[in-house]
Design a protein around this ligand. Structure first.
Ligand SMILES: Nc1ncnc2c1ncn2[C@@H]1O[C@H](COP(=O)(O)OP(=O)(O)OP(=O)(O)O)[C@@H](O)[C@H]1O
Ligand SMILES: [Mg+2]
Length: 374
């Protein structure tokens, strides 16, 4: 019998067996590639919470561009970003030059010059690269991940360069991704109006129906089968959150694999078992590290929210804790910065990560005991 391999990939940045619920972004982007210089889909910002699938989506858009013959530079926002992009552009430009010259039947040794050392000018490097690519009717995509951590000056430099290149009608696309609130802070900052106009793609919850269909397809392709009820249980438990789609899929598949000698059918019982295991793992892998090292007051803030409505007034938290609202401002800010909670409207907060309420309720005693509170 063929060895059964779990097809799900609950690992950051790992390509999932089926990329669920991203048709719109992919269509917007491929329309952008087709529509020519300056098209809307060629300047895009992807936002979403941790584990919503931003990195995987950037990889997918990069593959799509490569399939259309484009060159791609993938970067992550860390210091020295502009230099790294400029260097990637110039070293690839010489490679592209070489292949172009070879295509043309001319062997030109200057094309093989080694990668330049030291700082180089970003706009200049990109322009040269785009000119070489243009001769081959190809474009250049730059993807930038973790943009919430970007240095503001470097973002300004990149934005200015991309803006000029678009104005000069070069075939360039720029897609950047990051955590929602961090990216909004960035693009609403000074001199970044150009990036504010990027086509916004927020990675909201994936519809359960689509998760369900992807689960069926993935399970069957992997050699198991699954009951309708099991599919519903598993899909609903993911609440459309990309990382949970993989984690739940992985554990449900595993539960089914446990009895493959007698039956290949994943049952509702297996699904429940798998979901419990997945949520436990999610608590340990995601929520425990989210709350690790918080001051007691911040934990109490979260516990108070867990007793409130989904969109929780900050006044409710202050009431629960019996303190003045102003004394909680720094804790609220800390929790927002650590992406545990979000504030979409003034005076209201929500949990940023699914299952946080359940986690807090189930582990309340153990959380408080860490601070010596009985
Ligand atoms: N559209 C999708 N359908 C199914 N699974 C997905 C999808 N997008 C991402 N995943 C899975 O979700 C997990 C998280 O994806 P990814 O690392 O891209 O998230 P992220 O938003 O970049 O997270 P972070 O903010 O922590 O960097 C991975 O296991 C990945 O395989
Ligand atoms: Mg990521």
């Amino acid at each position: 019998m063929k060895r059964l391999v779990n097809p799900f990939k609950p690992t950051a940045g790992a390509e999932p067996p089926v990329l669920v619920g991203r048709e719109k972004v992919i269509d917007d982007f491929s329309d952008g590639l087709a529509e020519g210089a300056g098209a809307r889909g060629r300047l895009m910002r992807i936002t979403g919470p941790r584990g919503s699938g931003k990195t995987v989506l950037l990889t997918e858009l990069g593959d799509l561009a490569r399939n259309e013959g484009w060159d791609v530079i993938d970067e992550t926002a860390r210091d020295g970003l502009c230099d790294r992009i400029a260097h990637a552009a110039s070293s690839e430009a010489s490679r592209a030059d070489l292949s172009f010259d070879l295509h043309a039947g001319v062997f030109d040794f200057h094309a093989a010059t080694p990668k330049p050392e030291g700082p180089c000018d970003l706009r200049d490097a990109l322009t040269k690269r785009l000119q070489v690519l243009a001769r081959q009717k190809r474009g250049l995509l730059i993807t930038l991940d973790e943009v919430q951590d970007a240095n503001r000056d470097e973002m300004r430099e990149i934005a200015a360069a991309v803006q000029h290149l678009i104005r000069e009608k070069h075939d360039i696309a720029f897609v950047f991704a990051g955590l929602t609130s961090g990216v909004l802070d960035l693009v609403n900052g000074e001199a970044l109006t150009f990036l504010r106009r990027a086509l916004p793609e927020e990675l909201a919850a994936i519809p359960t129906e689509e998760v369900r269909a992807a689960y069926r397809e993935t399970m069957v392709r992997s050699g198991l089968d699954i009951e309708d009820e099991a599919l519903s249980i598993a899909a609903q438990a993911t609440v459309g959150y990309a990382y949970l789609v993989q984690l739940v899929g992985y554990q449900v598949w595993r539960a089914g694999k446990g009895h493959v000698e007698t039956s290949k059918l994943i049952t509702a019982f297996d699904a429940r078992q798998g979901v419990d295991a997945a949520i436990d793992e999610f608590f340990d892998a995601v929520l425990e590290s989210a709350v690790a090292g918080l001051p007691l007051r911040a934990v109490e803030y979260l516990l108070a929210m867990a007793d409130g409505p989904d969109v929780c007034p900050t006044a409710f938290v202050a009431d629960e804790l019996n303190v003045a609202a102003a004394s909680l401002t720094s804790y609220r800010r800390m929790l927002i910065q650590r992406q545990i909670i979000e504030s979409h409207a003034r005076g209201f907060v929500t949990f940023a990560i699914p299952y946080t309420r359940r986690f807090l309720r189930e582990r309340k005693e153990s959380l408080l005991a860490r601070y010596g509170v009985q």
